[in-house]
Structures are given as structure tokens and as C-alpha cells.
Design a protein around this ligand. Structure first.
Ligand code: BGC
Length: 467
């Protein structure tokens, strides 16, 4: 028993070799989970052109093929909280790395559509869980002064994952190897995640929540190496608050109802402006716009992927300087213009609208990546009080994946039923609603402490005078 206990403590807490690890290194290892989220969702776009031939897909089966991963992600987003608390953050990430790896290999050898869909659902479980487990891990391991930046790194990793998936799709399309290696390649990143997490520590907060204060102290001491007593006191305070919590019912009290509306509203609008019709279907859209070959359509998509990454890097610099609201308001306005433009371009489709389509898409993705892309995930982690933060973030994440599913599973049918122009104009209308929602309801949290944000809801949406 004593031996078992010692072995367990050794695996979870910081060992001597881990002590020299910087928090940037640890956050980067965990962010590989974000990279996989991006890669495994983005990879379908280019692969779809080849899957269509292999499995003789029509519009409906294409939508199912794209959306299977989202069904898994919806379930994964619900399971994430429980797994994360029961196993710990580190072991959950190790488990997810295994699922990502096995899923990637099995997907690549799928003999038929049903097998393929089951594999995509399994990979989706890991994606949905990683979407919230990674930010929780990073935020609990990071010193508060760099927490915001490190958490936003995760969204950067998501966009890098998407861009890399486009380039990998392009390389295999060029090489004539089709879709199997596109999916198999994800295993490289997931193996690195697994090996990297083996040498990363468990978070002090989870260790403390299991009563393992000595281990928690050791991790803070040697990984963060600063403000040890303050950090431990904060953890103690938030854990004692958790004990008094009233649970999910608290969201329905007048003061927290608004916080939930903001979290879920941002989640839904992030998807209802149609982002993933671009991320998942861009090559399909480009083909309709006159990019004849699969390679040229995927190449145009790759450009979109790179713009997404660059704009997210810009957002990292802007989010704490200009604030969240101005990004949301300007981003949604520009998205509306780009979507109206896309609709107009498709309404006058002469078969040679590739250049204009690409331009509109670049403007659109730029606007999304400096606004709803990073700001939703950031705010879902900061607007809820400590005692309901995990639950609030997970409800918002669930709303996000469900809306994503709804849009992705209906996109091609919508285009078939009402045409591409009207579909893009519908997304533009959602953009207008997203603007009004952000303008009326979303508070500016730039420079506010988490406690100030908590009091903002308690004071019926008024900031403390001193804040
Ligand atoms: C969204 C994803 C989207 C990605 C695009 C994320 O914030 O949640 O659905 O594919 O941004 O960069």
C-alpha cells in the first residue's frame, strides 16, 4: 500500500527532472491537444473531396461525414468535466492522447463508410474533451500574470492545427495518396502529446482538491517557483467556496442567469456566423467558385488557414489592449460585410469568381479570428465565478459544439434548398444579431480581476466604483 501510494505520488507530482521545466514548455505540450482539435476538425475539408469518390457520397452523406466528429465532440464536452475531476488533468490528457492516436490509425484504414464514421465519432470524443481540458490544465498550471496569454495560446494552436491540416491535405492530394494518410498524420502529434505529458506535472489545484497538499506545494514550488503561500491560500479559499456551492441550479438565480446567457450566446453566435462552413467546406466552396482541380481548391483553402493563424496572433496582442468588446463589435461588422459580399459574388456566378471568393473568405476569416474565435473561448473561462467556472465553461462548450453540429450538418442541404447566396446572407443576418448581442449584453472584462467580474454579476451588471 505504502509502495503503491509512493508510486502514485511519483507519477502525478513533479519529479526532480520536471523541476526544470518552464511553464511555457508545459503549456506548449498541453496545447498540442488544441493542435489536434484544429487538425482533426480541419482535415476533413480536403479529405472530403477524396472521400466523396471512395464512398460515393451525396450531399447528405457528405454532411454526415463532416459532422460525425462533432457528434463525438458534443459527448466529449459533457464527459470532459467528470473525467478531468476523477482522473486528474494530466491522466485525462494522457488518455485523450491515446484516443487521438488509435482513432487516427483506425480512421486511416477504414474499409467502409460506417467504420469511418465510428472512428470519426471516437476522435470527436477526444476533440470535445480536449477543447475544455487543455484550457483548464493551462490555466491551473500557469502563474496568474501570464494566464490569459497562455490560455489564448490554445486557440492559436487550434488555428495552427487547422492550417497544418490544410497543407498536409494539399501535400497528399498532390502526391496522389488520397485521404488515408491525411488522417493517419494526426498520430504524430498525439504521440508527441502523450510523451510530453508523461514528463509534465499534475496541476496543484487538482492535487489539492484530492487532499494531496504536499504534492500541490511541491508542484507550485518547483514549477512556478513564486508566491507559494499566496497560491496555496487562493486554492484553499476557492476549494472552501466550492464546498458551499449550490450546483448547476445556481445558474438560474437572477445574478448568474445573465453570465450563462452571455457564455452560451457567444458560443452559439461563434458558430451561427458560419465559421465552420468555411473551415470544413472551403475546398468544396472554392470548387463551386471555379477552382477546377482538387489541388487548386485545397491550395486556396491553405491560404485561408494561414490568414486564420496570423490574425489569431494579432488577436493575442489586441485582446488585453483594445479589449474584448471592440474586437467582437468590429469583427462581427466586418464578417457581415464579407458574408454579404460572398452572397453577391455567388449570386452572379459566372464560373470565374475564384479570386473574388478567395478575397471575401480572407476578409471573413480575418474578422472571425480577431473576434469571436479567441474571445468566446477566453470569456467562457473568465466570466463565471470560481465555484461554477468549470460547469459554466462546459455548458458553453456544449452549446458551441451543438451549434457547430447544427450548422455543419445542414450547410450543403441549405445551399441545395435556397442557394449559396441566400445561405451566406442568412449567416450575415446572424452576424448582425451577434453584433447586437455583443453590444447590448457582453461586458468589457479587459483588466478586471476574476473577483471584479464575479461582483459585476452580483451587482446586476454594474462594475464596482473602484473597479
Ligand atoms: C472554433 C472552431 C473553429 C475555429 C476556427 C474556434 O474558436 O470554436 O469551431 O473551427 O475557431 O479557427
Amino acid at each position: 500500500m505504502a509502495f503503491q501510494e509512493r508510486k502514485r505520488r511519483h507519477a502525478d507530482a513533479a519529479t526532480h527532472s520536471q523541476r526544470s521545466l518552464s511553464v511555457y514548455f508545459i503549456a506548449s505540450v498541453a496545447a498540442i491537444g488544441g493542435l489536434l482539435f484544429g487538425y482533426d476538425t480541419g482535415v476533413i475539408s480536403g479529405a472530403l473531396l477524396f472521400l466523396k469518390q471512395s464512398f460515393a457520397l451525396n450531399a447528405t452523406t457528405q454532411e454526415i461525414t463532416v459532422s460525425a466528429v462533432l457528434v463525438g465532440a458534443i459527448v466529449g464536452s459533457i464527459l470532459a468535466g467528470r473525467l478531468n475531476d476523477a482522473l486528474g488533468r494530466k491522466k485525462t490528457l494522457l488518455l485523450l492522447a491515446v484516443i487521438f492516436t488509435v482513432g487516427a490509425i483506425l480512421t486511416a484504414i477504414s474499409p467502409n463508410l460506417v467504420f469511418f464514421l465510428v472512428c470519426r465519432i471516437i476522435v470527436g470524443l477526444a476533440i470535445g474533451a480536449a477543447a475544455s481540458v487543455v484550457p483548464v490544465y493551462i490555466s491551473e498550471i500557469a502563474p496568474s500574470r501570464v494566464r490569459g496569454t497562455l490560455v489564448t495560446f490554445n486557440q492559436l494552436a487550434v488555428t495552427v492545427g487547422i492550417a497544418v491540416s490544410y497543407w498536409v491535405d494539399l501535400a497528399f492530394a498532390h502526391a496522389g495518396l488520397g485521404w488515408p494518410p491525411m488522417f493517419a498524420s494526426a498520430a504524430i502529434a498525439s504521440i508527441v502529446l502523450f510523451l510530453g505529458m508523461l514528463i509534465c506535472p499534475e496541476t496543484p489545484r487538482w492535487l489539492a482538491s484530492k487532499g494531496r497538499w504536499d504534492d500541490a506545494r511541491e508542484v507550485i514550488e518547483h514549477i512556478k517557483g513564486e508566491q507559494l503561500e499566496q497560491e496555496l491560500a487562493d486554492i484553499r479559499h476557492s476549494l472552501s467556496e466550492q464546498r458551499q456551492q449550490t450546483g448547476v441550479r445556481e445558474f438560474f438565480t437572477p445574478r448568474l442567469r445573465m453570465a450563462l446567457i452571455v457564455g452560451v450566446g457567444l458560443a452559439v453566435f461563434q458558430q451561427f456566423v458560419g465559421i465552420n462552413t468555411v473551415i470544413y467546406y472551403a475546398p468544396t466552396i472554392f470548387q463551386q467558385a471555379g477552382f477546377a482541380s482538387a489541388s487548386s481548391a485545397i491550395l486556396a483553402t491553405s491560404v485561408v488557414g494561414v490568414v486564420n493563424v496570423i490574425a489569431t496572433i494579432i488577436a493575442i496582442f489586441l485582446v488585453d489592449r483594445l479589449g474584448r468588446r471592440i474586437l467582437l463589435l468590429s469583427g462581427s461588422s466586418i464578417m457581415v460585410i464579407a458574408l454579404v459580399m460572398l452572397g453577391v459574388v455567388f449570386a452572379h456566378n459566372s464560373g470565374h469568381i475564384g479570386g473574388l471568393t478567395l478575397t471575401a473568405m480572407i476578409i471573413y476569416i480575418l474578422a472571425f479570428a480577431i473576434s469571436f474565435g479567441p474571445v468566446f473561448w477566453l470569456m467562457s473561462a473568465e466570466i463565471f465565478p470560481t465555484r461554477v467556472r468549470a460547469a459554466g465553461a462546459s455548458i458553453s462548450s456544449f452549446a458551441n459544439w451543438s451549434s457547430n453540429f447544427l450548422v455543419s450538418v445542414t450547410f450543403l442541404s441549405l445551399v441545395g434548398a435556397v442557394g449559396a447566396p441566400v445561405t451566406f446572407w442568412l449567416f450575415a443576418c446572424m452576424g448582425v444579431l451577434a453584433f447586437i448581442f455583443s453590444w447590448k449584453l457582453v461586458p468589457e472584462t479587459k483588466g478586471k480581476s476574476l473577483e471584479q467580474i464575479e461582483r459585476y454579476w452580483e451587482n446586476r451588471r454594474h462594475w464596482d466604483k473602484a473597479a
